[in-house]
Design a protein around this ligand. Structure first.
Ligand code: NDP
Ligand code: MG
Length: 380
């Protein structure tokens, strides 16, 4: 029996994680849930799973029919992550944005296995998280479908024999538009992803291709492969979730329906494949396409490599600037194409060069960058 603590439980990944639990009751017990602002979903999930620890979001504390241990707010997320009573504990991080960093740190220190959907944690603080993972000797297992695929392709292989990782990209909601057609695109159109149903931020990140840039950084930290050996490719069908090419020309790939239940289930029971309700992939009639992913069409991808290669605090700045810009776009404060401009201005700003790369700085500078960008557009 694995004991689960799920933060971001009401979101897209959180709810799909709970679907897996529902279908595998003998495998998992939910011990902790951190819920968001949606009262209906939050109360329903807590009452269904009756976790012994609950964390409510600041300002969104709800009445319950029983008395769990209660934590509140961002500090509460860290307390829930630190709570530990059982042998085999898994911390599922399904928060969105930089709010995922410190709870992950707490969970590592509590020696929980980390099942990570919150890619922003590795983008902003990858080396620091890896140091902690090593120090506390905990498994860090990705939920992101591309990284789940790469993990499976690398199983049993020697990293020295890897020629390159190839991360596939669906192209996001505007993949059939030329750059000049992106002027004035609406939030509603950006939120319509052709293949995946996901939270708002990652759907916008997919449209700008920053999501793929983040995934390159995520892959670097998860698999310890240099950036020169991490490529991306456009694959509209989202059936091949990613590939690994080896020195002898062999390419291994992982295929499946575009359904996050599968990589979530794999992360929860790694390295085992659980029974799950996902659609089986019908190989007959499959028609797969691969195309070059152009930096010119998607500059955010280039910016991610740029920030990653600069290193230090810069990937955290990339993440923070993106977080603020996406929020502004979702609030109708800026145009879609201004997102990339805001990010570029921050990652090329030399003022961050003197800031040392520590966990405290990653968190405080990220918060500051987000606040300052929002303020420029009149948002508190
Ligand atoms: P959602 O927006 O659907 O869910 C995020 C949840 O986290 C929301 O319920 C939100 O609550 C909650 N939350 C955020 N901040 C806090 C906080 N400070 N305190 C308490 N609750 C908080 O996001 P997704 O599930 O789509 O994505 C989660 C992560 O997984 C992201 O990092 C994303 O990049 C990654 N990911 C997602 C995939 C997907 O298919 N959705 C695929 C691969 C990776 P509230 O609504 O109140 O803000
Ligand atoms: Mg992904």
């Amino acid at each position: 029996m694995r004991h689960l603590y799920i933060v971001g439980a009401c979101g897209s990944i959180g709810r799909q994680t709970l679907d897996i639990v529902r279908n595998n009751k003998e495998e998992f017990k939910v011990v902790g849930l951190a819920v968001g602002s949606n009262k209906e979903i939050a109360v329903k999930l807590i009452e269904e799973f009756k976790p012994e620890v609950v964390c409510f979001k600041e300002g969104y504390v709800y009445e319950l029919s029983y008395k769990p241990v209660i934590f509140v707010g961002d500090k509460g997320l860290e307390e829930l992550a630190a709570y530990s009573k059982y042998e085999d504990e898994v911390f599922v991080n399904a928060l969105v944005g930089m709010s995922g960093i410190m709870p992950t740190v707490s969970a590592i220190k509590a020696k929980k296995t980390i099942a990570l959907a919150n890619k922003e944690t590795l983008v902003a603080a990858g080396d620091l998280i890896n140091d902690l993972v090593k120090k506390y000797n905990v498994p860090l297992v990705p939920i992101d479908s591309e990284h789940s695929a790469i993990l499976q392709c690398l199983t049993g292989e020697s990293k020295k024999e890897v020629k390159r990782l190839i991360i596939t990209a669906s192209g996001g909601s505007f993949r059939d538009k030329k750059r000049e057609e992106l002027i004035g695109v609406t939030k509603e159109a950006a939120l319509k992803h052709p293949n995946w149903s996901m939270g708002a931020k990652i759907t916008i990140d997919s449209a700008t291709m920053m999501n793929k840039g983040f995934e390159v950084i995520e892959a670097h930290h998860l698999f310890h492969i240099p950036y020169e050996k991490i490529d991306t490719i456009l694959h509209k069908e989202s059936i091949v979730h990613s590939l690994v090419e080896f020195n002898d020309g062999t390419i291994k790939a992982e295929l499946g329906s575009p359904d996050m239940h599968t990589p979530i289930a794999y992360a929860l029971r790694y390295p085992h494949h659980l029974q799950n309700e996902s659609d089986n992939l019908d190989l007959i009639g499959l028609n797969l396409h691969f195309e070059e992913l152009s930096d010119k069409r998607y500059p955010c991808l280039e910016y991610a490599y740029l920030a990653a290669k600069k290193g230090g605090i810069y990937p955290a700045i990339l993440n923070a600037a993106n977080e603020a810009a996406v929020k502004l776009f979702l609030l109708d404060k800026i145009e879609f194409l201004e997102i990339e401009k805001i990010i570029y201005d921050e990652i090329t700003n030399k003022k961050y060069e003197t800031i040392s790369y520590t966990l405290e700085n990653v968190v405080s500078i990220s918060l500051l960058v987000i606040k300052e960008i929002l303020k420029k557009f009149g948002v508190d």
